[in-house]
Design a protein. Structure first.
Length: 372
């Protein structure tokens, strides 16, 4: 039968995050209900609240999560009640032209749950909710497409749940999209959670020069802990010149832009070596544009790429990174700045906006975990 649980929603554009009761239906065909154990507070949730993604209010916020499968609908075979899972927002279809070419990380037909969760009572009772990135995990339980559940070895949900978005996006931008290899030089512009995950990924695969660029010395200190060999405060130093100086005068083999602004993208373009690669993983707003001389695009060679979700394949990448974290080779725990409750999301948005945290993580009691 349907469950009534606590969850965090945004009722309208700019509305503060609000804790309410919602109704989570039993899973239908191809769906799963997950008891959420932890969910990171990501900039994307703030973008939803502020209307930067769509106007399909009210939104059920939260998407960077891990928990335990509580129930599955007909036809679900890859996960079962009791499985510890990380939620992903790209359930690949297996049938589109990208999947059939053997490149499912580019799937053109990812999908979400068909049924809707709704507001349980009070103002807007019965109103269907739009879950952030098809997940909506600032909730004690959520309904997702079963393909959005990636089974992994049980671990600290607050840490491994971050693979559901920001950490995977940054790691994948460096390793999957950028193709960073042993001995490469890498520059990362923007050292929040995504940028620092790119730094940690570059270090893991053997980059020898890793240059971190930001306007906040606190974030640059964190970047050093994640593996940066050089740091540049772009308020005080011209970043293109400084990156070139740190890389023997040539520029970096791979430059990762984790801000999503025209001025930082232009810096990334000119800070790469000849035939180098630029990876855009920062999310721009629809109105932003960049203008570059075509002769420079032609003459510098290399590649200009965008990285969507780190070009990851959750079934491949999530278990690998959980195991690397278990071995102490990838610092997932270090991305967790604080552990908070469901009622603290609005305060966490303010801390994130002010650059005070890498990730605040909402922890939800795992006491509802079903017996396997």
């Amino acid at each position: 039968m349907p469950h009534t649980v606590k969850a965090v929603i945004a009722r309208y554009k700019g509305a503060k995050a609000e804790l309410v009761d919602i109704v989570v239906p039993d899973p239908g065909p191809g769906e799963a209900v997950v008891a959420v154990q932890a969910c990171g507070v990501c900039h994307t949730d703030l973008h939803y609240r502020e209307g930067g993604i769509s106007d399909d209010y009210p939104f059920l916020l939260g998407h960077e999560a891990a928990g335990v499968v509580e129930a599955v609908g007909p036809g679900v075979t890859k996960v079962a009640p009791g499985d510890f899972v990380i939620l992903n927002w790209r359930a690949v279809c297996g049938q589109c032209r990208a999947c059939l070419k053997g490149k499912p990380w580019y799937c053109f037909a990812t999908h979400n749950a068909t049924q809707k969760m709704t507001i349980a009572s009070g103002e807007g009772a019965g109103t269907a909710l739009s879950p952030a990135l098809g997940i909506g995990a600032f909730a004690e339980k959520t309904l997702v497409a079963a393909g959005q559940c990636t089974k992994v070895t049980e671990a600290d949900a607050a840490a491994v749940g971050l693979l559901g978005c920001g950490v995977m996006a940054g790691f994948g931008a460096a390793v999957n999209t950028g193709g960073v290899q042993r001995g490469d030089s890498v520059a990362v512009i923007g050292c929040g959670g995504v940028g620092n995950a790119a730094i940690a990924g570059a270090r893991l695969v053997g980059a020898t020069t890793i240059v971190a660029v930001d306007v906040d010395d606190r974030k640059l200190e964190a970047a050093r802990r994640f593996g940066a060999t050089h740091t540049i405060n772009s308020r005080h130093s011209e970043p293109v010149e400084a990156i070139r100086e740190a890389t023997g005068g040539h520029g970096a083999d791979v430059v990762i832009e984790a801000v999503g602004r025209p001025e930082t993208y232009e810096q990334a373009f000119y800070a790469r070596d000849l035939a180098g690669t630029v990876v855009l993983v920062g999310v721009p707003t629809p109105d932003q544009q960049v203008t570059l001389p075509m002769i420079d695009i032609f003459g510098r060679g290399g590649a200009l790429k965008s990285s969507w979700y780190g070009d990851c394949l959750p079934s491949r990448d999530f278990p690998m990174l959980v195991e690397l974290a278990r071995q102490g080779r990838f610092p997932l725990e270090d991305f967790v700045s604080e552990r908070i409750g469901l009622g603290d999301v609005e305060a966490a948005f303010a801390k994130m906006h002010d650059g005070l945290v890498l990730r605040s993580v909402v922890e939800i009691s795992p006491s509802q975990r079903p017996q396997a």
